[in-house]
Design a protein around this ligand. Structure first.
Ligand SMILES: O=c1ccn([C@@H]2O[C@H](COP(=O)(O)OP(=O)(O)O[C@H]3O[C@H](CO)[C@@H](O)[C@H](O)[C@H]3O)[C@@H](O)[C@H]2O)c(=O)[nH]1
Length: 339
């Protein structure tokens, strides 16, 4: 990474700005931030002042702007996406434009500019998807894998990382629970037994780092993240804020939501390689010869389970509290921030 130029799409978002700080601390030569929102760029410019940072206003849908930001880059982290479930549900064509066509643009521009490695960020919602956000992310994954399959001699390695819920991310349930507690309102739980993989922003940066250092073309990486039920999560947040018996109102599963999330399907578990804290799933590099698709099956698939938020390591109340206390946002709510 030393001296390298790194381009981050969606660079002003939570992941993008955490990754930017991480890269700047690692002696990169330059970071190109590509994003749509000039106000967020301005805000980030004030927050992180470093001459190695360059901002590019643009959109992954607009090839010219992607090419401008990619020029001279050695590495690309592709984080730009429409990722809210409800908005993608109402505007699926917009999800296709950003998450599928936009990703195609990023990969093509990277290959043309001789980028060495592109890591595309995906989500557990892309596995057996039930909502438009997950479906469009699943197609982004296919776009990345198709590039690897059809361009084996390309100097550009394209890989994918999938992650679960990033704790305390904007608009997510943890800050909502904190607000409800602070306002003395009941905690609104969709379904107490629902489970979610829990990751911090730092975990997601580590996962992308891991992908970057280990990826072969078309690889997919996931972290063996633990999970908690929503009931445990709500009670852990409440307990940290001094409320051991919170008022709870059950609102029911929302449109487009699953009871449990899946990070790897059983079909992927067949070829997944255990890498300690991570799984690596290599590209299915069969050619487009239809005979191979129809005549050669996989006997192990039926023997394996999906890797889900239901069967991964389940966090207890105390373990969930410990995890939450490690988050800077939670520390600042509890008045324990470093300042
Ligand atoms: O009032 C609420 C809102 C949510 N939940 C539950 O809390 C969990 C987490 O919800 P939320 O924080 O809204 O996250 P998700 O809908 O799971 O989606 C998040 O996680 C995805 C990755 O899986 C990202 O892509 C999305 O952008 C991000 O919003 C879910 O089980 C919800 O059912 C409640 O119990 N009560």
């Amino acid at each position: 990474m030393q001296g390298a130029t790194v381009m981050i799409t969606g660079g002003t978002g939570s992941f993008g700005s955490t990754m930017t700080r991480h890269l700047l601390s690692r002696d990169v030569g330059a970071v190109h931030v590509l994003s749509r929102d000039e106000a967020k760029q301005d805000e980030m410019r004030r927050r992180i002042s470093d001459p190695r940072l360059r901002y590019f206003l643009g959109d992954v849908r607009d090839m010219e702007s992607v090419e401008a930001a990619t020029r001279g880059a050695d590495f690309v982290f592709h984080a730009a996406a429409l990722k809210q479930v409800p908005s993608c549900e109402f505007f699926p064509d917009q999800a296709v434009k950003t998450n599928v066509r936009g990703s195609h643009n990023v990969i093509e521009a990277a290959a043309r500019s001789g980028v060495r490695s592109v890591v595309c960020l995906s989500t557990d919602k892309a596995v057996y998807p039930v909502n438009a956000m997950g479906m469009s992310k699943a197609l982004m994954e296919k776009t990345a894998q198709a590039f690897a399959r059809k361009s084996p001699s390309s100097g550009t390695t394209v890989s994918v990382t999938r992650y679960g819920n990033v704790m305390y991310s904007r608009g997510s349930v943890i800050p909502l629970f904190v607000k409800q507690l602070q306002e003395g309102r009941p905690l609104s739980l969709t379904e107490p037994l629902m489970t979610r993989f829990l990751m911090s922003l730092d975990d997601s940066v580590d996962l992308v780092d891991h992908a970057f250092f280990h990826a072969e073309p078309g690889d997919l990486f996931v972290r063996k993240a633990p999970a908690a039920t929503i009931d445990t999560l709500a009670r852990a947040v409440a307990s940290l804020l001094g409320e051991d018996s919170p008022n709870i109102s059950i609102i029911g599963t929302r449109h487009g939501e699953k009871l449990h999330e899946t990070l790897l399907s059983r079909e992927e578990m067949v070829t997944a390689r255990d890498q300690g804290a991570y799984y690596r799933v290599p590209l299915d590099a069969r050619s487009l010869e239809y005979g191979l698709y129809f005549d050669e099956g996989e006997r192990d698939t039926a023997q394996l389970d999906d890797f889900t938020s239901e069967n991964t390591r389940r966090l207890t109340l105390d373990q969930t509290k410990t995890l939450l206390m490690g988050l800077p946002e939670m520390q600042s709510v509890l008045g324990k921030g470093s300042g």
